[in-house]
Design a protein. Sequence first.
Length: 600
Amino acid sequence: MSRRIRVLPDAVANQIAAGEVVERPASVVKELVENALDAGATRIDVEIESGGKRRIRVADDGHGMERADAILSLDRHATSKIQSPEDLRGIASFGFRGEALPSIAAVSRLRLETRGDDEVGTLIRSTGGRILEVVDHARRRGTTIEVQTLFFNAPARSRFLKSSAAEARAVSETLTSLALAHREATLRLVSGDRTLLDLPGTDDPRERVAALWGDDAAESLIPVYLPLGGTVVSGLVQRPDAARPGVRRAHLFVGSRPFREPALLRAAERGYRTTIPQGVRPWIFLHLDVPAGSVDVNVHPAKAEVRFRDRAAVEEAVEAAVRAALSEAASAAPLGRSAPIEAPVVRERPRESTPPPSRPAAGRGTDQMALFVSAPAPSDAPASSSSASSDEDDRETPATPSAVEPLEMGRPRLTQYHRQWIVAEAREGLLIIDQHAAHERVLFERLMRSWGEGGADAQRLLFPLTLRLTPEEIHEVEQVKNLLARAGFEIDLFGSDTVIVHTVPDPHPWFDAERCVREMIAELTEGTSDLMRAARNQHERIAMTFACKGAIKAGQLLSDAEMHELFDALFATELPWHDVHGRPTVVRLSNAELERKFGR
């Protein structure tokens, strides 16, 4: 075998390049459709046979090519997208890799029809990368490329292709991702005699999702938008109540380019913490706009991956954007069909004697409280009803950061139903609040804030609690004793199997301290519940456990003042619509759904 260095023939070089760019029929479709999009196409029709192994045809209505450009497009490294090295840093197009089309031609029998500004179109036929024919061809503006017998001259590559059905699915998934990135284009995919995709162009991302996966899927999505540190994150994510375990749809885009990045998906999932149970996988569709020069899109032969200059900052923006979306009213579980939320009209409420805790910068907007419609109330009406005790009047009442400027001034009307639900009248219907879940959210966020403020308030027991525990529970108390003290539980060990509880928090008048302490210690010791597995650290474990065990229970009768206190405290939290188990705190029943049920 000769070891002399030589320049490879173009046919061999193109086949080597094809090994990087053309992995399967879906790779061919991706390159051709991206070229069509770059050419300004508003309609793209894709036809495949045998999953694309036998035939692929991509037709577009873009601006097409003149004859000289059409011939040159089959040469390696020929492109209209870049002219200098500087162009690589800020490139916004797709098909800038010059070897894509010649690489496809190198492993197939290719037919290219196109017409740009010429009076007549051009037809080019090639086999294995060698041009056989260039002739006039009558056609309208645009380009059609037909690829037949893919890998006919590379049998080793052909043997690695999967079944026709599997390859057709891969083509469909590729087009789905491009369709989500480019809603303005009409896309159609036909496999044999079956239409797999028929997606009309649209400005509404939910309409594209509905065309792909149905109206129910589209209605489960909520909008995301957050500018942060030069990065703008936008798109759609799934409401927590609609998310399920198992397979999920997750698509990321930068500059309208689909890409893969597991770390960013994990960042999005972190935004869901304390709103969904462990193992649930919400749908995610996020677009990233980043400053020019901060992303390298040319790090992968198939352009499936990108490299961010400051990936940590992008991850932070993604997590914060998802978190902010989940704090909005749209993320609340609907009772019946979803309904749009009207733009808010808010006014500042008078501050209570104790100011509300500061809110996170990436929290919800001001439209939360703008949903509520209140009954008129006299200006001198007392804040608490006559049924409230003097102890209740002395307790801290959280101030709502903003309240409604409703049809008439006053606080929202609240009614307790079956000693479990609080019903609130809203401008767009009704809100049904789970009193236990709502109080869980309040207690969790209150305790989480207190970790950085020296710990939670507590009351000293006149008669300390003496509890006998198992050896495992004693060991757990020893491990978290200091954190429990900062949460309001001052606990001393007494002997080998007993603890003495000196102080406890005071979350509500019906708080059963002994039951709460026992259940908390048992849950912390067991550590196998979904709640415990979802916690990121010991602080969250204790806060979640206390919120669950210390919240008011279903069946507890609440006075009017107590309902309002809970209502105000809930809507002063960062995530008022979700409890710490990942269940809804509030269910929305829209006026539109009520009218539909009554045949209006």
